[in-house]
Design a protein around this ligand. Sequence first.
Ligand SMILES: [Ca+2]
Length: 293
Amino acid sequence: MTTFTFFRLKLLFTSIVQNFSEDICMSFIEKSKILLIATFILGSAAKPSSSAIFNVASDFSLTNNPNGAWRYGWSSSLGSRFNLYSNVGKQTPTIDLWYDSTKTIRAPFVVHNSTATPNNSHPTITYQPGQLGFHPGYYGEYSIIRWIAPEAGEYSLDTTFMGLDHVGLTTTDVHVLHNNSLLFSNLINGFGASSAKSFTTTGTVQAGDTIDFAVGYGSNQTYSYDSTGLDVTISTTPAGVSKTVPEPSTVLGLGGLALSAFLGKMRMKRQRQQQLARNRVSAIAFPSSPRLS
Ligand SMILES: [Ca+2]
């Protein structure tokens, strides 16, 4: 549930509760029941949603950086200041590119094949449909894709780095860092599946924690032909939320039904009371005509 949706609901329930609180026909106990139901609905709705899945390639954006939980950028060394890429363009006419225009030949960078077909528009790389890659800089700058935890909770991480350049071949060093502490390091020397290095882990994060995926120019310390594929999936479960807890929409539906039923019952009671009051007024204003005998 978005913050906007939550506050719209809050305004709606506040309005309902206020209207009935001003109803003099309603007892204190009845008003208290309405408040309790509304509080339950809002309290349940305020809880974070259940598990979320983030994928670095399918979530890619060429228009937003930051892009949701993702950031595209670079640093001079591992763990040093993170700089967002501020320039977009094309590596080839059909391959998307994030880069820093102040850097030599636009490296380091991040690339993405947004087409639905294998793309060999680059002379030494074939990008698979939807594939994402990144590349270090001339001076050994690290290209980094950063994920920032939207909220506290548990996470599971599955990542694979792979050489993309079938001519070079790719020669890079790759890393995963949690809040700038190394979780994983390895070297990519080669091309394709045989060069791939994978890493999986689980853990906990606080809101705002960073998990970085970084690529450097490798043990040969040259950046030529160093395009490296990156596949990352992060699954999260917010703190305090069990996978068996009903979805907020379910809670809202059940809570809304309960509140509607209770309010309907109160309306009927009020209508009966108003009708009785009208009958009494009618009896006083129009007494029966005296019977002529
Ligand atoms: Ca290299």
